[in-house]
Write a protein that binds this ligand. Structure first.
Ligand SMILES: O=C(O)C(=O)Cc1ccccc1
Length: 315
């Protein structure tokens, strides 16, 4: 799909990354794809021209994707960029080298930090003492491997990426398949959009909305000089009221340092969802309205208690 007939979707490039694979599986040719060179760039690319994005959020082996939560701390989140959906992808990693290079020749392994973390046992067992170098994406690692080794200033290197990614670059060879530590290795992605409620492209059926991501921080004016982390205001709000605030327990809680430049001032990310709402085609609209009202009430409750809550997305 070209730029004149379809909306743009930003992803962590170059093509061949897991983000790309996941986005193409969901959006096919309903969008044109705008490759970005870092996760924070993907987040900030969301705009009138590129109204959608896909970013990795969490991995079943290695946990939260830090750059994604750091982007969600920014003021644009919940203002001009919203979380509008989730996708999951089964992730099978390969060890990839320039054709002809042997395992014993490899002096450096490059990949996205998530991929290095997801293959940590394999690396310790099969490439002990070999330098592990973080690069912005698995596909950036695959492309970089071609510029390493004999005749260059770079040490002979391997990349961790998917088999599909390896097939996109001439001159690469897969040395090992399935090197992830856990066979069930799965990554969850967020779909981002410029609008909180405009329909997403590519799928005629819009799922009913029953999930949300809420950011809870401190009101800076209420923050005293220095409070030890365990008593910070947002921590107290989270631990004392969370189970009741939205009328359902949170499905996940993440925490990152706030952008307030106050030591140990944290911001929390709560995914909430009520999977018990009885929904039929006839009641879907009412359920959605009730859910949005519950979210709004919860946010007001947190703000009244001295927190600063923002709805970052609903899906
Ligand atoms: O680097 C990529 O390919 C990404 O899309 C990030 C990532 C890395 C490892 C597993 C899942 C997503």
């Amino acid at each position: 799909m070209d730029e004149h007939t379809a909306p743009g979707l930003a992803f962590l490039g170059p093509p061949g990354s897991y983000s790309h694979q996941c986005a193409v599986e969901r959006f096919e040719d309903s969008v044109w794809y705008a490759a970005q060179s870092a996760i924070t760039d993907v987040f900030h690319a969301v705009s009138a021209e590129v109204p959608f994005a896909v970013i990795p959020q969490e991995n079943s082996t290695y946990g939260s994707v830090v750059d994604t939560y750091d982007s969600l701390r920014s003021p644009e989140a919940g203002q001009s960029v919203f979380v509008r959906g989730e996708l999951t992808l089964s992730v099978k990693h390969c060890l990839v080298v320039r054709s002809g290079v042997k395992l014993e020749d490899v002096r450096r392994v490059m990949s996205h930090e998530q991929a290095l973390g997801q293959c940590s046992r394999f690396l310790s067992e099969h490439l002990p003492g070999v330098t592990r170098t973080k690069v912005p994406s698995t596909s950036a690692a695959a492309s970089a491997v071609l510029c390493c080794g004999e005749g260059t200033d770079e040490p002979e290197s391997a990349a961790i990426c998917s088999a599909h990614c390896a097939s996109l670059f001439d001159g690469l060879e897969i040395l090992r398949h399935d090197i992830q530590d856990e066979a069930s290795n799965t990554t969850r992605f967020y779909i981002l959009a410029k609008s909180l409620d405009a329909p997403l492209p590519g799928s005629s059926k819009q799922p009913r909305r029953q999930r949300a991501l809420i950011r809870v921080g401190n009101q800076v004016k209420l923050q005293r000089e220095y409070e030890p982390p365990s008593t910070s205001h947002s921590t107290r709000i989270i631990t004392s009221t969370l189970l009741t605030t939205f009328g359902c327990p949170p499905l996940r809680i993440d925490r990152r340092p706030s952008l307030n430049d106050i030591p140990f001032d944290d911001v929390y990310f709560l995914e909430v969802g009520d999977l018990t709402l009885p929904v039929t085609a006839a009641t879907i609209k009412n359920c959605e309205e009730e859910w949005l009202q519950r979210l709004q009430n919860g946010v007001e409750g947190i703000n009244a208690a001295g927190g600063e809550a923002t709805i970052l997305g609903v899906w």
